[in-house]
Design a protein around this ligand. Structure first.
Ligand code: CA2
Length: 145
């Protein structure tokens, strides 16, 4: 399951200098194609509402094998999203389009990072594809060990 947090629905339409020109629909399509090439499927959702993201994470239990999440600004504030990820126990990868560590100090912390397998940031939209490859590798390793 691929989850996008608040304001990411605006991708490609505002602030292209920071977040690029790729739209969210482009990202979802690219991730879907890359998953299909490896025999996997993805389900993508975006929400501007913290509780809806928590609901999606809870729904992932039983219907997804892993979560790729860009919690956007909730990265730096949301105990609820971190708790939900911890509760479902699925392998999760945190993705950021920008390099948050090269930005304002309030973006340097993440409530989500400690409950994720890893974080990919600073590579723009291609970060989602990198996250997908990483998590599929992980699932394959687990299934053969
Ligand atoms: O770099 C990232 O992916 C972020 O998660 C993006 C968040 C920001 O709060 C995080 O610190 C880092 C902001 C998403 C806002 O997306 C927009 C897209 C287009 C236009 C305006 C905002």
């Amino acid at each position: 399951m691929v989850l996008h947090g608040p304001n990411l629905n605006l991708l490609g339409t505002r602030e292209p200098g920071v977040y690029g020109t790729t739209t969210l629909a482009d990202i979802d399509r690219q991730v879907g194609e890359r998953a299909a090439a490896r025999g996997a499927t993805v389900e993508c959702h975006q929400s501007n509402v913290e509780g809806e993201l928590v609901n999606r994470i809870q729904e992932a239990r039983g219907r997804a094998q892993a979560i790729i999440i860009n919690p956007a600004a909730y990265t730096h504030t949301s105990v609820a999203i971190a708790d939900a990820l911890r509760a479902v126990g699925l392998p999760a990868v945190e993705v950021h389009l920008s390099n948050v560590h090269a930005r304002e100090p309030y973006r340097h912390g993440s409530f989500v990072a400690p409950v994720c397998v890893g974080t990919i940031g600073g590579f723009g939209a291609r970060g989602y594809g990198l996250a997908l490859e990483a998590v599929l590798d992980l699932l394959e390793e687990k299934s053969t060990s």
